[in-house]
Design a protein around this ligand. Structure first.
Ligand SMILES: [Fe+2]
Length: 241
């Protein structure tokens, strides 16, 4: 099976379309999403339509549940809160119901998918270092867990009782080890690289490949500004921060 795992689309239609084009060129058979389909970007409705049309299985991100009313978002940044309110006014009741029904984690025989962490997933804590990763590894009974949330791609490995980071963009999976792969963000990367981020997981080859794709950032920015969303949500796309 050849999966693509995407995350943190955040209503960025141009980013999503570019990634899905790349997935089809890469002969991906199934696309999974680690959450945050909406919030920040100007095309939440269009992104939700694509997710459903292509039968992309997604877990809940904090923005998805904030928009649906399932999560208190009073602690979000000002931009985040404004984006939640704006998004609520620009999607349909059926979209709200879809977001509200998203689950915190989904597992199949090959991998488990969660937005932030397997440990207390409902808290949506950022997995930014080895000690934060260490409390999720014991909860894995499949070799690979895919996450998003930080918008920064990266890989944590647990091997022979040790936990460490891997910088490689291609990883050869050893089934006796465990891997937590942050696939980065399609719609608002924050690692200084403005290109859309996602990964391809090939269970035949047992490889995971982190990929970057250019997309029409100017168009995504133009729509954010035209929609009256905070201008910083547009400007940050150009720098990937
Ligand atoms: Fe996010």
């Amino acid at each position: 099976m050849r999966y693509a795992i995407i995350s943190d689309i955040h209503g960025n239609l141009e980013g999503l379309q570019a990634v899905l084009r790349e997935c089809s060129l890469a002969q991906v058979q199934a696309v999974l999403c680690s959450g945050d389909i909406v919030g920040y970007g100007a095309n939440p409705k269009e992104c939700l339509e694509i997710i459903r049309q292509f039968k992309i299985i997604s877990v809940a991100g904090n923005h998805d549940w904030a928009v649906s009313g399932r999560l208190d978002f009073s602690h979000f940044t000002d931009d985040g809160r404004r984006a939640v309110e704006w998004t609520r006014g620009h999607i349909a009741m059926e979209d709200i119901a879809y977001l509200n029904a998203l689950e915190l984690s989904i597992k199949n025989k090959d991998c488990i998918l969660v937005h932030a962490s397997l440990y207390e997933p409902q808290q949506f804590r950022y997995m930014t270092n080895l000690s934060k990763a260490s409390i999720s590894f014991p909860l894995m009974d499949v070799p690979v867990c895919f996450i998003g949330h930080t918008h920064v791609p990266g890989v944590f490995v647990e091997a022979d009782g040790k936990i460490y980071n891997m910088d490689n963009s291609t990883i050869e999976i050893q089934l006796k080890y465990k891997y937590i792969v942050n696939v980065g963000s399609v719609g608002q990367p924050r690692d200084g690289n403005p290109m859309a981020s996602f990964c391809i997981y090939d269970t035949q080859l047992q490889t995971i490949e982190l990929r970057r794709v250019p997309y029409n950032i100017h168009e995504a920015q133009r729509k954010i500004i035209e929609a009256g969303l905070p201008r910083t949500l547009a400007s940050r796309l150009a720098v990937g921060r």
